[in-house]
Write a protein that binds this ligand. Structure first.
Ligand SMILES: Cc1cc2nc3c(=O)[nH]c(=O)nc-3n(C[C@H](O)[C@H](O)[C@H](O)COP(=O)(O)OP(=O)(O)OC[C@H]3O[C@@H](n4cnc5c(N)ncnc54)[C@H](O)[C@@H]3O)c2cc1C
Length: 412
């Protein structure tokens, strides 16, 4: 029986917009409530990988994404000071990545991605300027309270409201964010302003003592690079109202003093310096309570060093949509949510851990441990293939087949 659930999605970020599209594909309608009066980009750009793009291609967005983005030629690791290649692996060259994972990598501006996702929504789905401030459970559903005094009713509320999620507080209580003790400077720089940059069309990690620099090409022609320059510290994050802080204009360059001129040219090209505190969300015991469930950063925000926050959020959205579409009645919701959590929590936890460890490995000082890491980087594509080869639909099919063979699997 087709589901007739009324789904309210809190947050119009990558997760909320993708979930609305995934629900639509399954015949369900949803309302997306976004606090900002316009869709605003968080950060500059994002690298979408096969575990997300295979789903976005499947629902027909492949051509638009490809037209707006660039696929990096190679994945290269470099030494911080002399720029020597430590390891290099093909990505676009020889169509290696697509052949291996049957879906592409896209370096894309976030604003562009939001336009592509939001313009594919059914008219009237997105409600801008609605900040959720309260949730009340009633026998017939949930009542959503918004900051301007409006209310709405829903059978299901999905918290896609990011790392500082209001819905998470309702589901799991306070205090789940954790500051990593690291921070980053980010920016977009036209390639023609970086004449000394080797391989600008590749995704590159420059690794050094206590810091690293990641960059990759973006846009339809790869004419710009998006970078994230990460440093240790500050030890504590003093701001309680956000994770972005203005810093002195020369602060990023001082942190990368002595680095290769191509690295400092990129970091120095950004005139308005801003420091991003890098946070994660501690593993939650539960992702759902009653009729509310969490998705994306609200459930499992992770450090960005595997480039998987947005990608795992897209996986969540398609998994949750498939399970909600099978719910004939709200009585079945707890079981659908438990299955969703069982399918998603272990995988996202594993990527969270790896992202944390990656930061430490990228920040090793020159020496024996760095040499050992450098040797291990030769096997990187094999080591992280499990992230990129994940196939949401195949995972759901396997679960259905397992159920058909042996009854329900454990859900915790
Ligand atoms: C420096 C950095 C680089 C990154 N690079 C990558 C990358 O290359 N690849 C990748 O996959 N991931 C990357 N990420 C992670 C990625 O940005 C996030 O994981 C992703 O955006 C999560 O999407 P989301 O929809 O869950 O949350 P968000 O994108 O945070 O969206 C949440 C939305 O909810 C809205 N909202 C919040 N509270 C309310 C409320 N009370 N009522 C209504 N609306 C509300 C917000 O305004 C926002 O629009 C990076 C992160 C950082 C910090």
């Amino acid at each position: 029986m087709a589901s007739t659930l009324r789904v309210a999605i809190i947050g119009g970020g990558i997760g909320g917009l993708t979930l609305a599209l995934a629900l639509r594909e399954r015949g369900l309608t949803a309302d997306v409530y976004e606090q900002t009066p316009q869709l605003t980009e968080i950060g500059a750009a994002v690298a979408l990988t096969a575990n997300a793009t295979r789903e976005l291609e499947r629902i027909g967005l492949g051509d638009r994404l490809a037209a707006a983005s660039t696929t990096p030629e190679e994945l290269i690791h470099r030494h911080w000071r002399d720029g020597a290649r430590i390891a290099a692996h093909p990505v676009h060259s020889g169509s290696w990545y697509r052949n291996r994972f049957q879906a592409p990598v896209h370096g894309i501006r976030r604003a562009q991605l939001q336009v592509i996702l939001s313009s594919a929504l059914a008219a009237g789905t997105l409600h801008l300027g609605y900040r959720l401030v309260g949730l009340t459970e009633r026998p017939d559903g949930l009542v959503l309270g918004f900051s301007a005094g409006d209310t709405a009713h829903a059978d299901v509320v999905v918290g896609a409201d990011g790392i500082r999620s209001t819905v998470r507080r309702w589901v799991a209580g306070d205090d789940h964010e954790i500051y990593s003790g690291t921070s980053g400077f980010r920016g977009i720089v036209p390639v023609d302003r970086l004449p000394g940059l080797p391989d600008p069309q590749s995704i590159q990690f420059w690794t050094g003592p206590g810091a690293h620099l990641l960059h990759y090409p973006i846009g339809p022609t790869g004419d710009s690079v998006n970078f994230l320059a990460v440093v240790e510290g500050p030890r504590t994050w003093a701001r309680t109202d956000g994770w972005v802080d203005d810093v002195a204009a020369d602060e990023p360059l001082r942190a990368f003093h002595g680095w290769h001129p191509a690295a400092t040219a990129m970091i120095g090209a950004v005139t308005h310096a801003v420091r991003w505190g890098l946070f994660a969300v501690r593993p939650l015991p539960r992702w759902h309570r009653g009729r509310a469930v969490l998705l994306g950063d609200a459930a499992h925000a992770m450090l960005p060093h595997q480039g998987q926050g947005a990608n795992t959020t897209v996986e969540d959205a398609f998994t949750l949509a498939a399970l909600l579409a099978q719910v004939p009645d709200t009585i079945e919701l707890p079981s659908a949510f438990a299955t969703y959590q069982a399918l998603r929590r272990g995988r996202t936890r594993r990527i969270q851990r790896l992202s944390w460890l990656t930061n430490a490995l990228l920040h090793l000082p020159d020496g024996a441990a760095a040499d050992e890491r450098n040797r291990a980087l030769a096997r990187l594509p094999q080591e992280i293939a499990w992230i990129h080869e994940h196939d949401v639909q195949a995972t759901l099919r396997r679960r259905t087949e397992r159920l058909a063979r042996s009854g329900p699997a454990p859900t915790t």
